[in-house]
Design a protein around this ligand. Structure first.
Ligand SMILES: Nc1nc2c(ncn2[C@@H]2O[C@H](COP(=O)(O)OP(=O)(O)OP(=O)(O)O)[C@@H](O)[C@H]2O)c(=O)[nH]1
Length: 344
């Protein structure tokens, strides 16, 4: 799965078709009046934010978007055909920038949002339009208006759906590398992850974005360690994935350390839906698994899933659980639709 967050596109709207000069010619009718039709309009170029996309990869394969010109007008008062519009389908969170890469033309933040990037040229008037009391046989028509050509940049700012939490060495980078396109550094020492890594994760033909947050340590919310810097990113996630290292002697304490940090940070972080996972179960036998799971369930007061990022055991189940939470969150935050019955 590839992932791209900046790309250049060339767009051009269609020119309008020219107006037509023509006169009615029929048997037994002398001096038939003007009957030249107008040109059709050129196609416009639009951008539309759509659901279910989270990369700009398609724009690597196609960068040119030229709408068709309008057709010229014709005799017998026939108007030329309009050029068809072109729509660039972009993921939600895409910014459209001018050629300078600085001026933001549009920020596509909502599904269905549509912005016109280049307007198609108007069609020219045919000579029928120029008929007047003093000029019954005008030999005049207008050319169509030119199309507009632009170079634009698309920049995708992904907002992570899932924030990965856990003490240093809990296996966050390993999980992200195993499930997504992200290639984080993995090492057997704390704080391998210095910047949040974003990865697009796929499960059951849907995708979502996971952000790896550098290991939280005690006191991170007061600015110690690196964690605090990145808690801000977690704030916008709809669900948190909390990984606990199953090989630790102190799983319950490890769990609480993170929860305390979340509470200390404030906002609604601690109230966010969470999926709690006991990781590295490949290194535990049956009995140790059960014991650690029980301990963690007691500490968290909720269900605990078992997983091994390395052996890929239980990974799909965890991804499905996350997907479920993301969907629930979307339903909760969805704007009320028109005509939707009110529900208390
Ligand atoms: N046995 C076992 N080891 C694992 C598993 N997942 C990760 N590890 C090991 O645990 C160590 C730390 O893994 P990372 O993925 O770097 O942990 P992290 O939570 O991202 O660590 P930081 O980036 O430092 O916060 C590495 O040596 C991994 O090989 C697992 O499922 N089973």
């Amino acid at each position: 799965m590839k992932f791209l967050d900046l790309c250049k596109v060339y767009i051009r709207s269609g020119a309008g078709g020219g107006g037509c000069i023509s006169f009615r010619r029929e048997k037994y009718i002398e001096y038939g009046g003007p009957d030249g039709g107008d040109g059709g309009s050129g196609g416009s170029v639009w951008a539309e934010a759509v659901d279910g996309l989270n990369t700009l990869i398609d724009f690597r394969y196609q960068q040119h978007f030229f709408a068709k010109n309008g057709q010229p007008g014709m005799g017998k008062q026939r108007t030329g055909k309009d050029g068809e519009d072109i729509v660039l389908r972009v993921p939600v969170g895409t910014e459209i920038l001018d050629e300078d890469q600085e001026t933001v033309i549009a920020d596509m933040t909502e599904v269905g949002q549509r912005v016109q990037l280049a307007r198609g040229g108007n069609g020219g008037w045919g000579n029928l339009h120029f008929k007047s009391a003093t000029n019954q046989a005008p030999r005049r028509s207008n050319p169509g208006q030119d199309g507009v050509e632009r170079t634009l940049w698309l920049r995708l700012k992904l907002i992570a759906d899932v924030g990965l939490l856990g003490l240093p060495n809990a296996g966050k980078s390993t999980f992200l590398a195993a499930t997504s396109n992200a290639r984080p550094k993995i090492a057997d020492y704390p704080f391998t992850t210095l910047h949040p890594n974003l990865g697009v994760v796929g499960v059951d033909n849907t995708e979502f974005v996971v952000a790896d947050i550098p290991g939280l340590i005690e006191g991170a919310s007061e600015g110690r360690g690196l964690g605090d810097l990145f808690l801000g990113h977690v704030e916008r996630c709809s669900v948190l994935l909390h990984l606990v290292d199953g090989t630790s002697e102190t799983v319950a304490d490890d769990y609480r350390t993170i929860i305390h940090e979340l509470e200390a940070y404030g906002g609604d972080l601690a109230e966010k839906p969470r999926v709690t996972v006991l990781n590295k179960i490949d290194a535990l036998d049956e009995e140790e698994r059960a014991e650690a799971q029980k301990e963690l369930e007691k500490a968290s007061g909720g269900p605990v899933m078992l997983m091994s990022g390395v052996a890929r055991e239980g990974v799909t189940e965890v991804l499905r659980a996350l997907r479920g939470q993301i969907d629930e969150d979307r339903l909760r935050h969805r704007p009320v639709q028109e005509n939707e019955p009110w529900q208390p």
